[in-house]
Design a protein around this ligand. Sequence first.
Ligand SMILES: NC(=O)c1ccc[n+]([C@@H]2O[C@H](COP(=O)([O-])OP(=O)(O)OC[C@H]3O[C@@H](n4cnc5c(N)ncnc54)[C@H](OP(=O)(O)O)[C@@H]3O)[C@@H](O)[C@H]2O)c1
Length: 261
Amino acid sequence: MPTVVPGTDIRTSRIGFGTASLHHLFSRRHRLALLDEALSGGITHFDTSPFYGFGLAEQDLGAFLQGRRDRVTLATKIGLYPLGPAAGSAAGVWARKAGGRIVPALSHPVGDWSPARARRSLDHSLRRLRTDHVDLLLVHEPPASLIGDSSLHDWLEGERRAGRIRAHGIAGTADRCAPLVAAGDPLARMVQTADRLDRRDADFLTDAGRDLQITYGYLKAMIDGDAERTLRAALDRNAQGIVLVSTRSRERLRSLARIAA
Ligand SMILES: NC(=O)c1ccc[n+]([C@@H]2O[C@H](COP(=O)([O-])OP(=O)(O)OC[C@H]3O[C@@H](n4cnc5c(N)ncnc54)[C@H](OP(=O)(O)O)[C@@H]3O)[C@@H](O)[C@H]2O)c1
């Protein structure tokens, strides 16, 4: 069943597919087949970032979405970037991660939330994603220093008016997102945040009188090994928004997608 994400005009599936671990599949053919499994199963929202797979996730999504762009909603991010150029293959991602064990800066994200860097990043993301717009551009793990600084918000609004993004918001853990929500900062009108069934990390939103919009992290934190029960409970908790999931397995994805359908 489709939904309209509360507070937005984004109409899409109740489950979204997250691409942070897509590069765990070494073969590009397998990665594209996994994306195809998601869409065939009725999942029409895809979440990515220039940091995921050091750019490889956006490249794979761009290849997959050729001829299908109008069937999906697409979210990518600004704020956290890989060091150096985008990786061209999963082998390249793993090599960089291996190097990062010796020199951590090679694989750690570089944080830069300036509008100038965000503009360059959006240019590159659109090129990798082979599209002229994204449905949602999210400020990745926003620092509290953004509160009250209107420059990033002004730039985002300009991009929205220009049609390169349909909506924008923030994305990250409760400790990063809650201060912006509490301050009523305009960047935080749309929030994608980590949540768990046991800890209810996203309660900072309901405590502030807000609906859950996009949440993730439920399967990673499941305690009883029952993914389908966990996803059902997550969809009950985030009753109108999107629950992001990820898996390397087409079979697992098929049974998760069936729950939302
Ligand atoms: N700051 C942000 O905005 C932010 C941060 C984190 C994540 N995200 C987004 O949210 C997406 C999902 O995040 P997440 O990694 O926390 O996802 P998740 O869906 O909660 O957890 C994924 C983990 O669950 C396992 N899993 C999936 N289905 C399963 C099943 N049926 N049975 C047993 N295990 C299962 C996967 O292992 P297998 O692969 O082995 O199945 C994987 O280790 C990310 O890809 C990313 O797009 C956004």
